[in-house]
Design a protein around this ligand. Structure first.
Ligand code: NAD
Length: 374
């Protein structure tokens, strides 16, 4: 069986599997083909892949001859149509939010797995690319904010006077938010965090941050640990509380998302206009509608001296470790579907089923089946 590792599009610097992962794959009695320069932007040269035992091939050869194709960003429809019969395609296709691509995979009777569909269960934790990339994003968001802030993060007592610590407000304490709290604390900031899930409170406190409480949030135990949409009344109460905290903040990092929905707007225009000049807002939800009313995806907007950075694919700004984590998640998943050097798709396994967009054109993941029936 040939496993093909694809080079990502121009705006993506990560690679799905680094040379270190190739060694593990080869021990499973498979061949590994890597597209020319696939790892170059993650500092993994073709030479390193060859030393690890992989073969370097052109994109065309990899697309046409691989039994299992592995990448991160989706490939084009014309590339999908040219895949070898029975080949399995893997990537992070955003299958639930990309009905055109999902519909095409089904129509063309393909077999595809989309890594963002990995169920959020304890057993699947080591395969969860969303968590890995959120860890990178939360860390990098703080460094980005520190770089833009015209002030120090830690407190200083110097002969030139004292410096008070920067005050950071984190909105949404999921994986990215918790990493942003930990990184801000390591840099010495005073950190406040808010989330609608009460379960997040304990985690926030354990990292040495203060929890901002807004009572009356709606929670749903059936939502798999995710947040659910809140009432208009609660959202207003929340915006008012955030407004009060924002006036004192130097940095706001927003991470609040609701799967499949537009991100909740938490920071209003009046709040930005009332903030201290020099403050920085990093909006990690900018590409799904934005947590800040003024953020623009992939752009920095300045209003009254407050800079609002609409962040996109921040994981790609740290390609070496992001690729390492991505590859480890992939290897843990591939262990479930490769047996004795061949593909072995066991649809009795909830992780395999939950992650599979379609098999020979039949929708498999319950979330995809539900999406198709809507
Ligand atoms: P996410 O990226 O979907 O959202 C980020 C955070 O924003 C979440 O904590 C969410 O509660 C919060 N949020 C949503 N609406 C909000 C609002 N109006 N105001 C304030 N905060 C709001 O979340 P995530 O990081 O992917 O994690 C979500 C949950 O899944 C967490 O409980 C996490 O522990 C859990 N999780 C479990 C696994 C696993 O078991 N394999 C893996 C990853 C995450």
């Amino acid at each position: 069986m040939i496993i093909g590792i694809l080079k990502e599009p121009q705006d993506e610097s990560r690679v799905a599997l680094l040379p270190e992962a190739v060694k593990t794959l080869l021990s499973w009695k498979v061949s590994v083909w890597v597209e020319t320069n696939a790892g170059a932007r993650a500092y993994a040269s073709d030479e390193l892949y060859k030393e690890a035992g992989a073969e370097i091939h052109s994109r065309q050869e990899i697309l046409m001859q691989s039994d299992l194709l592995i990448g991160i960003q989706p490939i084009t429809q014309s590339e999908i149509s040219g895949l070898k019969s029975g080949a399995v395609l893997m990537g992070q296709m955003g299958a639930l939010f990309n009905p055109e691509l999902t519909g095409y995979l089904i129509k063309e009777k393909k077999t595809a797995f989309s890594m963002e569909l990995v169920p959020r269960t304890t057993r699947a934790q080591s395969m969860d690319v969303l968590s890995s990339m959120a860890t990178v994003t939360g860390y990098k968001a703080v460094l980005m904010a520190a770089n833009l802030l015209p002030r120090f993060f830690p407190m200083f007592m110097t002969a030139a006077g004292s410096i008070t610590p920067a005050r950071v407000l984190i909105l949404g304490a999921g994986v990215a938010g918790l990493q942003a709290i930990a990184t801000s604390r390591r840099l010495g900031a005073s950190v406040f965090a808010f989330d609608v899930r009460q379960a997040a409170k304990e985690e926030v406190l354990s990292l040495g941050a203060k929890f901002v409480d807004v009572e009356g949030a709606k929670e749903d135990k059936g939502a798999g640990g995710y947040a659910v949409e809140q009432s208009a009344e609660y959202l207003q109460k929340q915006k008012d509380t955030i407004h009060e905290h924002a006036l004192k903040a130097d940095i706001i990092i927003t991470t609040a998302q609701i799967p499949g929905r537009k991100a909740p707007q938490l920071v209003e225009e009046r709040t930005v206009r009332a903030m201290k000049p020099g403050s920085v807002i990093i909006d990690l939800a900018a590409s799904s509608g934005g947590n800040c009313a003024l953020s623009q995806p992939e752009q920095t907007v300045e209003v009254n001296g407050v800079r609002i950075v609409g962040v996109g694919n921040l994981a790609a700004s740290m390609p070496q470790d992001a690729s390492k984590m991505y590859g480890k998640n992939y290897l843990n998943f591939l262990k479930l579907i490769i047996k004795d050097g061949n593909l072995n798709l066991n649809f009795e396994d909830d992780i395999v089923t939950g992650t599979c967009v379609c098999h020979a054109g039949n929708p498999i993941s319950p979330r995809i089946i539900q999406m198709q029936s809507n």
